[in-house]
Ligand binder design. Structure first.
Ligand code: ZN
Length: 172
């Protein structure tokens, strides 16, 4: 969220009896200011911002650029999904019920961008061809998508088919 949204984040954490100092990992899907505005609430956390991994001023090398996933634990991993920026990541979570949830920042802007690609294209895409491929990759790996700017939605076969068609039409 933006730097003006900290109360929303603190209130949301309170619902789970959490405070920012209890958080061990903060993942920002990419470096745009509306996604990183409150990172300094989380001073005990390792921060992943796009392809950068750091704690305080220490940086850790991780080969997101070579497609490598970053496993936080057995049910949470961070995967590279460039396109919106060239260093976007998506968080893939497997719930206790076995549902796979993708928190993907602006790889998907909102549900409406499935049928109208102009929605995500006009939001800015540094590499539309890669973004299209990664949209398909995530739709195949997830049961639910939490997009960057809208409510979560369930991934249906119809959605996967639409993304397949669009990726197939992408100029190579
Ligand atoms: Zn963005």
């Amino acid at each position: 969220m933006t730097a003006w949204d900290s109360e929303k984040i603190i209130t949301a954490l309170q619902k789970y009896n959490l405070t920012p100092d209890k958080i061990h990992y903060v993942v920002s899907t990419h470096g745009h200011s509306d996604h990183i505005g409150n990172n300094n609430l989380f001073l005990n956390a390792k921060h992943i911002v796009g392809y950068s991994v750091s704690f305080r001023d220490k940086y850790y090398m991780h080969s997101f650029d070579k497609g490598e996933e970053y496993c936080i634990n057995d049910s949470v991993k961070v995967v590279p999904t460039p396109g919106h920026t060239l260093a976007d990541v998506t968080v893939l979570v497997t719930t206790e019920g076995g549902q796979r949830v993708a928190l993907c920042g602006d790889l998907f802007e909102k549900y409406e961008d499935i049928e109208d690609p102009n929605v995500w294209l006009e939001a800015g895409s540094d590499d539309p061809v890669q973004q299209m491929r990664n949209r398909l990759k995530i739709a195949e790996a997830a049961d639910w998508i939490v997009p960057g700017h809208g409510p979560k939605f369930q991934v249906t076969e119809q959605i996967r088919n639409s993304l397949h068609r669009q990726a197939g039409n992408a100029p190579v």
